[in-house]
Design a protein around this ligand. Structure first.
Ligand code: F0G
Length: 353
């Protein structure tokens, strides 16, 4: 059967009515890949939910298709968001699809190149403020209260509705919920959405509930430290957020599920980023790899025990952030003259080693 996107496939679980425009870029239905090499090495059954396979390369498409459809259904002509990059890419794409105007507010100089390229290409109006994500979000929240503009950040409940479908897919792909769901935490909308999704699916299909393990970047770990971080810093710019909007809901998800909100350092994130690509052929953006870094950390600490079934959410595609990749990788292209013999010599040297 042809996949027709989330609004169609999960219409019985979503606020879809006869009046809802059934827009789609064929989002959702993303792969759940078993990490064969790392599972063997670590002694757990480790899977990744590859959300970078969505049409704009991140999980944001799940929430955005729902939020944009409802904005259009309600007669809005313009959507707006603050973003560390992925939300703006998804908003711009779905707005283009639905024929709405899109405005995005981003922290100047702090979003990955690929994400900016997307917003530009999809035709959004882009405002780069000399401030951070938290400040941008505060501004667009106030703006949306006084102007006829629909806010499509994850404080828009339709975003959470769309994003919860990833939990449904994991349960269907595994046959049940995993023991542990590891997920990066920035503004904390996604962990909120997954927990809602697991609970709803369990009520309908008795798929069980995972422990929710959320991971903030150490330099932006507001929830872990229990304080707002005024100047968050991390190489994982997607989660460079110091005052998460869904803070309480993330804490609730961790508490209700017997899970935890934890933190990982930039070094741990980069290690996981390289490991995943090199050992498994899976390239996810740095923020996504906070989930893998978290799994490695909690295996060491004993908080994840051998034999567990673990799903790590890879929220965004590695191609989004080519600059971090080029800086992180030890391998660089070897530049040679345009000469077959020289090339052969180099390759033979490698093969004979
Ligand atoms: N991973 C990636 C790749 C993200 O882009 C984000 C958030 C997160 C994880 C964290 O998800 O905020 O629901 O806890 N990106 C937002 C944006 C903030 O503007 O694209 P969260």
């Amino acid at each position: 059967m042809m996949w027709r996107g989330l609004l169609y496939h999960y219409r019985d679980y979503l606020p879809v009515t006869e009046k809802t425009p059934m827009i789609s870029l064929n989002e959702g239905n993303t792969p759940l890949i078993r990490l064969e090499n790392l599972s063997e090495k670590l002694g757990i059954d480790l899977y990744v939910k590859v959300e970078g396979a969505n049409p704009t390369g991140s999980f944001k498409d799940r929430g955005m298709v729902m939020a944009v459809a409802k904005a259009k259904e309600e007669g809005s002509s313009t959507i707006i968001c603050a973003s560390t990059g992925n939300t703006s890419a998804a908003a711009a794409a779905y707005a283009a699809r639905a024929g709405l105007r899109c405005m995005v507010v981003i922290p100047d100089g702090k979003i990955a190149m690929g994400k900016l390229a997307q917003a530009v290409m999809y035709g959004a109006q882009i405002f780069a403020i000399q401030g951070n994500f938290d400040e941008a979000l505060k501004m667009v929240r106030r703006l949306s209260e006084v102007a006829p503009i629909t806010l499509v950040n994850s404080v828009n409940p339709y975003r959470i509705e769309g994003q919860k479908t990833a939990a449904f897919e994991i349960c269907d792909q595994l046959g049940k919920a995993p023991d542990i769901l590891a997920i990066p935490v920035g503004n904390a909308g996604n962990i909120t959405a997954y927990w809602k999704g697991f609970k709803e699916y369990n009520e309908k299909h008795q798929t069980g509930l995972p422990q929710m393990r959320g991971f903030e970047a150490e330099g932006a770990a507001a929830i872990v430290r229990n304080q707002v971080i005024e100047n968050p810093e991390t190489i994982a710019t997607a989660i460079r957020i110091g005052n998460p909007a869904s803070w309480d809901k993330a804490v609730q998800a961790a508490n209700e599920s017997n899970g935890k909100i934890d933190e990982v350092s930039d070094e741990e994130i980069l290690e996981a980023y390289k490991l995943l690509a090199r050992e498994e052929g899976v390239f996810a953006e740095p923020a996504s790899c906070a989930s893998i870094a978290g799994v490695l950390k909690q295996l060491k600490s004993g908080e994840i025990v051998k034999g567990s079934t673990v799903v790590a959410v890879l929220t965004g595609n590695g191609l989004k952030d080519p600059n971090v990749a080029m800086d992180a990788a030890a391998i660089k292209p070897l530049v040679l003259p345009n000469d077959e013999q020289i090339l052969f010599q180099h390759i033979q040297g490698v093969v004979h080693q």
